[in-house]
Every structure is written in C-alpha cells, then in structure tokens.
Write a new protein. Structure first.
Length: 422
C-alpha cells in the first residue's frame, strides 16, 4: 500500500511540474527572449565531432526550460575524470560506455575499463589477434555499455543466436546475412525468459510461464493472459494499439482475427478453427498446466510432492523442445512444428544419445538454402572439425570456432584419426 501511494505522489509531482513547465513559465517565445537576454554557453564540441577520441551525448540542457543545446562529453580510456565528492568541483562529463572512473588520489581519477567477463573475453581475443592466433570465423566478443555481453552472438557465414548478459547461449537463432543481422535481432523475449528463470523462478516452487517468443528470440506479436489476447511490440513486448483489431477474447474470436496475426508464426493454426471457445496454447504448456494442477491437488490431499523433478519446462516458444523421444525410445531432432529434421537421431544406451543436442541440425535447417552448411554428426551435434573453402577449424558445441584454422586437419588441436566420423 505504501509503495502504491508514493508512486501516486511521484506521478502527481511529475504531472504538476510538467504543467508548470509547459503552460506557465516556458510559454512560446520564452526561449528566444531568454537567449537574447542571457545567452547559451557553447556546448562541448564532442557531440559534433564524434570520432574515436571525442564523443559525447546530447542531453536536455540543465538550464531553465531546456533552451540551450547541451553536450555531455564522454571520456575515453585513460582520460582524466573527477571521482566526485565534496570540493571536487563540477563534473562536466563522465567516462564512456564500459568505463569506470578509477580514483588516483586528490579526487582526481582516470577512466578505466570495467572488469567483466565480456571485457576479459575481448582482451583475450585482442591478445590472440595480435599474435595471429584468431580464426577467420571467430568473432570478437561484443559487450554492452555495462561490460555485459550484447544480446546477439554471430558465427559469420552461419547463424546468429541470442545470448545472456553472461554470454551463455539462449533460445533464438537466425540465418547470418552479413553484419546487419546483428542489428535486426533483439532477443528481448529470450532474455526475458532467462531473467525469469534466474531471478524469479528459484524463489517459487512451480515454473512460471513467461511471454511467448518466436524462433528468433523476439516477442510473439500475440500475447494472451487467460482468455484475453493482445497485439504487442515484438521488440519490447509492450501492448500495441494500432489499426484493426488489437485485442480479442478467446471466448468469442480466435487469434486469427487479430490484425497482428501472422500465419507463419502460428505453430498450432487448428486452434483458430471450429467453434468458440478458441485456444492459444501448446501441447507442452497444456501438459505443464496439467502436471501443476495434479501436484497442487495431491498437496491438498496431503502428499509431499517433489516439484523440480516432476515439472519439465517448455521452450520459450511453447514447444517441448527440439529433441523428441519416439515410442521405440529413439531420440530425434525436430523443428518448431515437430517435424523431424533430415534423419538426425540416436538410439538409447549409446554415447550419441546421451550427448545429443541437435544444435547443428537446427543450424543446418536454418541454412537450408546455403551451399556451405556445417557438417553434423548423426545425432545432430556439430562435428568437432568443420572445413570451408580449404580451411579447417575446431568448433565448440555451438559451432563457434575455437583456436586458429589450418589447411591441414592434422595440425588442428582437436584432431583425431577418425575426425570425419563422430
Ligand atoms: C578527433 O577530432 C579532434 C578535433 O577535430 C582531433 O583533434 C582528434 O585528433 C581526432 N581524433 C581522431 C582519432 O581522429
Ligand atoms: C473473425 O473473423 C472472421 C473472418 O474474417 C469473421 O467471419 C468473424 O465474424 C470474426 N469474429 C469475430 C468475433 O469478430
Ligand atoms: C480449446 O480447448 C478446449 C479444451 O481443451 C477444447 O475442448 C476445444 O475444442 C478447443 N478449441 C479449439 C477451437 O480447438
Ligand atoms: C489448467 O488446467 C486446469 C485443470 O486441469 C484448467 O481448469 C485450466 O483452465 C487450465 N488453464 C490453462 C491456462 O490451460
Ligand atoms: C525407432 O523409430 C524410428 C522412426 O520413428 C526409426 O527411424 C528407428 O529406426 C527406430 N529404432 C529402432 C531401434 O527400431
């Protein structure tokens, strides 16, 4: 209750200031008068130059009514910065993205790179790059302004996939189509699921169903809560009010009636046929719901239930996963609609069955029309050695190059006599 009312007060104050600002003091013409009478200090040139050593960000000026242009300089690595504190004067800039102000005595300081896993990975890459030890298809790790991993990691010529802030691979993969691919991929939904799993889920006994994602890790344009479905922004997941029907009630109409409905993204179109009530669910989510109800009922009846081993989670797109077990016990790799990919499978009681991850099978399916698909093992995993245009390299289970490439497979670190079979 307390937080609720303070939230209300804060919004009220903001509203109040807004009114004062725009309607009474900062009326039309205020700025031109103010500028003739008082004038503006010239903004730092950093924002206009924007080269490797001179950068800055435009901000609303701290002057009354924001009349002037204002540029806050961003200091580069090893440049001076003030640490702050009493008597240190006005701080007119700050260290750039990924940098932090390290004190060097007397309130002075210099901008140093934040120590983080991603920055260490970059340093390692740079180190090897200088020695000529990086691979042709190895990408320099890219970090965000806080030193965390960016949301997307690419294997040039192959695919790009979503990753967490710690650099772990997440759900969501698309075909690599040049450097631009990275900018078009956002992975917001996939990262949301990852956060749910790491931050909220450990504190609650039953799995939480997050928003529905599409195969590229974005938000599915349709999100439902109970019977009400909305069109949302695929990048932010926020409810979108646009043209046409953007909200429906499944008790009256199917999701196919929404203006944002895209048949290609609907993995279960049968749910939009027939009579109401319509559904927007998946076999995996249904199964999970059923299990949860069963557990809750059993608890009510006085049984002790072991949650974590009994409720298996679904992928962020609502499917069971990309590995399915058939009736005779064989496991096979499937796509998002449950169709087997090529002939990738593994028999029980074999090492191939235990280690099966289908990552190569999925990458290879995404690259269906490409002439340079990776070579996969029979169980759909990446073969340790991949070759392209006369150069061979070792790859990890995600298909990422490890170490330098070579024209001769025998000189590779991961070389084994039967390297062609796996
Ligand atoms: C950036 O621009 C400034 C001002 O024009 C110049 O002094 C500086 O040398 C430039 N830095 C680089 C790396 O080009
Ligand atoms: C849903 O769309 C179909 C086909 O356009 C239409 O016939 C039907 O009346 C719509 N249903 C509702 C409840 O709007
Ligand atoms: C929706 O689910 C209910 C319960 O599982 C089922 O009876 C109904 O036929 C489904 N509706 C459609 C259109 O598939
Ligand atoms: C979950 O299952 C219960 C009972 O099995 C059912 O009443 C409920 O509607 C289901 N919820 C969803 C979202 O499917
Ligand atoms: C199990 O079934 C799959 C097809 O569903 C088949 O390809 C495979 O050979 C079968 N395995 C055995 C051991 O019969």
């Amino acid at each position: 209750m307390a937080t609720h009312s303070s939230y209300f007060i804060i919004s009220f104050l903001l509203y109040y200031f807004d009114v004062v600002n725009s309607d009474i003091l900062c009326e039309t013409g205020f700025c031109s008068t103010h500028m003739t009478n008082v004038g503006c200090a010239p903004p730092a040139a950093n924002c206009r130059i924007n080269n490797a050593t001179h950068t800055g960000i435009w901000l609303p000026s701290p002057t009354i009514c924001n009349c002037c242009d204002y540029c806050m300089p961003l200091f580069g690595e090893n440049q001076n910065c003030a640490v702050g504190g009493p008597g240190t004067g006005v701080n007119i800039g700050r260290c750039g993205h990924g940098l932090t102000c390290e004190p060097s005595g007397d309130g002075a300081g210099f901008c140093a790179r934040l120590d983080s896993k991603c920055h260490r990975a970059q340093d390692d890459f740079d180190d090897r790059y200088m020695k000529g030890e990086t691979g042709v298809l190895e990408e320099r790790p890219s970090c965000d302004g806080k030193g965390n991993y960016n949301a997307v990691s690419c294997i040039p010529t192959q695919t790009c996939f979503c990753q967490s802030e710690e650099g772990e691979r997440l759900f969501g993969e698309v075909l690599y189509m040049g450097r631009r691919t990275k900018e078009s991929l956002h992975c917001g939904c996939s990262r949301f699921h990852d956060k749910l799993r790491r931050i909220i889920s450990p504190g609650v006994p039953l799995p939480i169903v997050g928003p529905r994602c599409t195969t590229d890790g974005s938000f599915n344009p349709i999100q439902c809560l109970n019977n009400i479905c909305h069109c949302v922004d695929t990048i932010t997941g926020e409810i979108k009010n646009g043209y046409g029907i953007t909200t429906i009630d499944l008790r009256e109409a199917p999701i196919a009636n929404l203006s944002c409905y895209n048949r290609n993204l609907d993995l279960f179109p049968d749910q939009s046929t027939g009579e109401p009530t319509y559904n927007y669910t998946t076999p995996c989510l249904d199964k999970m719901n059923e299990t949860i109800h069963y557990i809750l009922q059993s608890e009510k009846d006085g049984f002790d239930m072991d949650y974590f081993t009994t409720v298996s989670e679904c992928l962020p797109d609502g499917t069971y996963g990309r590995i399915v077990r058939t009736r005779n016990g064989t496991k096979m790799c499937v796509d998002d609609r449950g169709h087997q990919i090529e002939n990738y499978q593994a028999e029980p009681h074999t090492p191939e069955y235990e280690s099966m991850d289908c990552k190569c099978a999925l990458t290879s399916e995404i690259m269906a029309t490409s002439a340079e698909k990776p070579v996969c093992c029979k169980n759909g995993n990446f073969r340790r050695i991949q070759c392209r245009r006369g150069l061979c390299r070792c790859v990890d289970s995600d298909g990422r190059q490890e170490g330098p490439h070579s024209a001769s497979v025998t000189s590779l670190e991961c070389y084994k006599e039967d390297w062609q079979n796996c």
